[in-house]
Design a protein around this ligand. Structure first.
Ligand SMILES: [Zn+2]
Length: 111
C-alpha cells in the first residue's frame, strides 16, 4: 500500500467517524426519555413514541459500536500496524480496504 492510499483510507475513516458523531448529535433529542404526560400524548401515541425511541436507541448503539471499530482502525494506522490480516498476516488488498477500511481479515480468512 502506498502512502497516498493509506492517507486516503485514513481520511475515509475520519469522514465516517465525523458523520457518525454528527448523526448522534442530530438525533440526540429523539432519545430523550418519553414524556409520561398523558394529557399531551395519548396512550397509543405514547406507545408509538416508546417504540420509535427504542429504534433510535438501537441505531445509536450501532453507531457507537461502529465508532469503536473505526477508532481501532485509526489506532492501527497510527501504530503502523494497519492493513494486515489478523488471522494469516497477509496484506489485505487495497480494494477490500476501500470497501471497508476497518477490515481486519482478508477475504480468504473471512469465509
Ligand atoms: Zn487472512
Amino acid at each position: 500500500m502506498t502512502a497516498e492510499e493509506l492517507a486516503a483510507l485514513k481520511a475515509q475513516l475520519c469522514d465516517e467517524r465525523d458523520e457518525l458523531i454528527s448523526l448522534s448529535t442530530r438525533t440526540k433529542d429523539d432519545r430523550a426519555p418519553v414524556a409520561l404526560d398523558q394529557q399531551s400524548v395519548g396512550r397509543l401515541s405514547r406507545m408509538d413514541a416508546l417504540q420509535q425511541q427504542s429504534m433510535d436507541l438501537a441505531r445509536e448503539e450501532m453507531r457507537l459500536r461502529r465508532r469503536q471499530v473505526i477508532a481501532a482502525a485509526l489506532k492501527r494506522i497510527e501504530a503502523d500496524d494497519y492493513g494486515y490480516c489478523l488471522v494469516c498476516g497477509e496484506d489485505i488488498p487495497y480494494k477490500r480496504l476501500q470497501a471497508d477500511a476497518t477490515a481486519t481479515r482478508c477475504i480468504t480468512c473471512m469465509s
